[in-house]
Write a protein that binds this ligand. Structure first.
Ligand code: SF4
Length: 421
């Protein structure tokens, strides 16, 4: 069996896809790039790791480039499976892949005579996390938790991919830390959606300190400010922090599950800018009922905090776009309205500049803002098509993005795809 890594990042130094690595070890599968040509007569089972929904086009590139019949009804002697974090819609490629799964691939993988003998049970959520550390240079990547204790109503991970919250046993983690330390590793990256939710968080930090390991971590959950304050910051490798309040309208935060008041959020920001050199605050444009006047007002308070700080600190406010996802409580609310977003952007930039959170002379054209303002409309619409549609888009899928997708999608390619829908 082979597994095709569909991520364009795979050629990059330091690229690690932990999920793919775990699955390839369980299945003994060789990992190949979506750019590779293989001897198809030797491969009866091909898995596709789709980390990001748009990477589906890279799976289709591999299928085309290797002369594989794309429609499962016509394909003989070759079984195609797709899985990974980028699988958000099981319907849209149902006539291409023989099996698609969203969530964990674990130990129920059953093979008999080269075929899946129980295709409905090839994935499930493991009750225990037993993955081994992944080593990348001087860094060990150690899986710590799966699932999330919070259930934010927009979050595809918590409702679809993550499953029930589970955590790796601390004794087991301790042994893994000891093992990597003896290999000469100096840094550890714990994978978890909410590290401060780990029940043995203080033991974890103490163990890393005792072993001289630095923790590579910048994302801390908003609700756990009291835990974050007590953590031993000397173990942190990073001097920056990244938080995701999603909205500066407190009513919206409470309605989506990010229950933190304006006062507590300001306290959190105040604490982080005292102790770190940089903070990134990510917000999500397009959530239902958001009042953007409250965003502009809150920005004033953040600007005041920055002005009062005695040391230089960088505060980046970043916008992502709300993508209603299948399987979440918000799956059927309206998508982002780009006419309204295009009216919002200049007001937002103005609010940031007036309050000292963006340089007045910054080039604010979309391509210069490096993702600070969210997606371009054509990319968003392409993404939402993949998330929402069914096999009626098969012809468009198979006849677009002939060379796959890289990290940057061209407008012309997106428009061509969308025109066929
Ligand atoms: S805290 Fe993060 S991972 Fe957890 S449900 Fe909310 S958005 Fe999802």
């Amino acid at each position: 069996m082979i597994i095709v890594d569909t991520s364009p990042k795979q050629q990059t130094k330091n690229y690690v896809n932990l999920g793919l690595s775990i699955v390839s070890k369980i299945t003994n599968a060789q990992i190949v790039s979506y750019r590779e040509k293989i001897d198809i007569s030797q491969e009866h089972e091909i898995g596709f790791s789709i980390f990001y929904p748009l990477h589906l086009f890279n799976a289709l590139y591999f299928i085309r480039n290797n002369g594989i019949e794309p429609l499962k009804s016509r394909r003989k002697n070759c079984f195609l499976t797709a899985g990974g974090q980028g699988i958000s819609n099981l319907r849209c490629t149902d006539d291409i892949f023989d099996h698609i799964f969203a969530g964990e691939f674990d130990y129920d993988y059953n093979m008999k005579n080269g075929k899946y003998n129980s295709p409905n049970r090839i994935w499930h959520f493991a009750s225990e996390i037993t993955s081994q550390p992944e080593i990348n240079g001087n860094t060990a990547i150690i899986e710590l938790t799966r699932g999330c204790k919070s259930k934010c109503s927009f979050c595809e991970y918590s409702w679809v991919h993550g499953g029930k919250y589970r955590e790796k046993d601390m004794d087991f983690v301790y042994n893994q830390l000891d093992y990597v330390t003896h290999m000469g590793i100096g840094r550890v990256n714990f994978t978890s959606t909410s590290i401060t939710g780990y029940s043995k968080i203080f033991d974890l930090y103490n163990s890393c300190k005792e072993m001289g390991l630095k923790i590579l971590l910048a994302d801390y959950p908003l609700k756990d400010i009291r835990i974050v304050i007590k953590l031993d910051r000397s173990v942190n490798a990073f001097k920056f922090i990244h938080i995701f309040p999603e909205s500066f309208d407190p009513d919206v935060r409470y309605s989506i599950g990010k229950a933190i008041s304006n006062e507590d959020l300001l306290d959190y920001i105040s604490f982080t800018i005292q102790h770190y050199n940089m903070i990134t605050i990510t917000l999500m444009y397009g959530l239902p009922n958001d009042d953007y006047n409250k965003w502009y007002n809150f920005v004033k308070d953040v600007g005041i905090l920055k002005k009062l700080t005695k040391h230089p600190v960088r505060i980046d406010l970043k916008i992502s776009d709300f993508e209603p996802c299948n399987g979440t409580p918000l799956w059927d609310v309206p998508e982002v309205d780009f006419t309204k977003k295009n009216e919002f952007i200049p007001q937002w930039i103005n609010a940031l500049q007036e309050n000292g959170l963006m340089a007045i002379n910054k080039d604010t054209s979309l391509h210069k803002m490096c993702g600070l303002l969210g997606r371009r409309e054509c990319v968003y619409k392409t993404m939402m098509t993949l998330r929402k549609r069914d096999t009626s888009i098969t012809d468009a899928l198979l006849s677009s993005f002939h060379n796959g997708v890289n990290r940057w999608l061209h407008k012309q390619q997106c428009d061509e795809f969308l025109s066929k829908i």
